[in-house]
Design a protein around this ligand. Structure first.
Ligand code: UD1
Length: 342
């Protein structure tokens, strides 16, 4: 019997890719998702890729009774990868209570329900905890800056909750992965990012513009202190990111970690400007993109990219795919979903 890993938010963008990589690595993924920001069709798509239909439970993790019922029926879960959360920065400013409620209740319910069993727990954190770092590339030791949004605050506070939980409860080993900017799609083009409504993030906006769903893309500012004036981010292929979760589970299983709570940057270590992303898209797909330069977006960090040394040395994980791979796969997915809408 292969080890069962619970993936909350397993029909989402990063969750679905992680389900695939867990299965490929010999684990049995079990999904909980309330489908509030994803489609049940993703289960079919996952099945097409791995030829196995993962067990799926549709409910909201904020419902403690449902969580308890699930745990009672699944005492064989050995690990949890917790993706399920709200993640839109702008929306979190409009609806802070919805963000605090959803992101904390679900986390606390899960941790409480499994507190008496040995569990390896992976948490989706974000480079947003660093704000605008003073030193780049930013390392895990960099100071946590005051959060710019309720969304960012949920990540910072969740990390504290997890550290304290790991310290207080010997059953838990916990790894927080601080993602940089996850983009791209599976090489099969059967799963990818599925934004509802107008995309807020750069890559879905690019691919929707290229396919004609949007008239043009606006580059938010070209007067930053960067090589071409546009913002710098550390874009990471979602399949590489998914593999980092498998590496984190393996590390905790093998007890290689000295600490019960660990944090890793999950990025490529390389910064890329918005204009470089646009040009990489045009070069790798042969599509011409209609873009204009616009004003800065409020709250944007000028530049951030991660130092991935700790992940390479201790997690034994390194990003393998480059920006062209990210753009090509995102484009193949956009074409697929345009021809086969869910
Ligand atoms: C931010 C957070 C990240 C969070 C994510 C959730 C930081 C550093 N990162 O990502 O932790 O998980 O939001 O949404 O705080 N851009 C354009 N035109 C567009 C869209 C974006 O120029 O139409 C630019 C942005 O100004 C930015 C870059 O593209 O420089 C990436 O933007 P986006 O994809 O929204 O991600 P972040 O804001 O970096």
């Amino acid at each position: 019997m292969s080890t069962k890993i619970l993936v909350t938010g397993g029909t989402g963008f990063i969750g679905s890719h992680t389900v695939v990589e867990l299965y490929n690595a010999g684990y049995t993924p079990v999904i909980i998702d309330d489908l509030s920001n994803s489609s049940v069709k993703i289960i079919d798509q996952i099945e097409k890729i791995i030829n196995y239909r993962p067990e799926f439970h549709e409910f909201d993790l904020c419902d403690q009774n449902k969580v308890n019922d699930f745990v009672a029926a699944h005492s064989d879960i050995k690990g949890i990868i917790h993706f399920a959360a709200f993640k839109a920065v702008g929306e979190s400013v409009q609806k802070p209570l919805a963000y605090y409620k959803n992101n904390f209740f679900s986390l606390i319910n899960l941790l409480t329900a499994y507190k008496d069993k040995p569990i390896n727990f992976v948490f989706s954190s974000s480079c947003t905890v660093y704000g605008q770092p003073d030193v780049l590339p930013v390392t895990e030791e960099a100071p946590i800056k005051k959060a710019e949004s309720p969304y960012g605050n949920t990540k910072q506070i969740a990390e504290e909750i997890l550290l304290e939980t790991a310290n207080a409860n010997d059953n838990y080993k916990i790894t927080a992965l601080r993602y940089f900017n996850p983009v791209g799609a599976h090489s099969s083009a059967l799963i990818g990012e599925l934004p509802i409504g107008i995309p807020q993030n750069l890559i879905p906006f690019i691919t929707q513009t290229a396919i004609g769903k949007r008239e043009k893309i606006t580059v938010f500012g070209d007067d930053y202190d960067t090589a071409d004036g546009s913002c710098v981010r550390d874009y990471i292929h979602v399949v590489d990111l998914a593999k980092a979760h498998v590496a984190a589970i393996k590390r905790m299983e093998n007890s290689k970690s000295k600490d019960k709570y660990e944090v890793f940057n999950i990025g490529t270590g390389k910064g890329t400007t918005v204009l470089e992303v646009i040009h990489a898209f045009e070069k790798s797909t042969g599509e011409k993109l209609n873009y204009v330069i616009g004003p800065r977006r409020i709250g944007d960090v000028e530049k951030v990219f991660g130092d991935a040394t700790k992940s390479t040395q201790e997690l034994g994980w390194t990003a393998e795919l480059n920006i062209e791979d990210m753009m090509k796969s995102a484009w193949e997915w956009e074409k697929y979903i345009n021809n086969n809408p869910f």
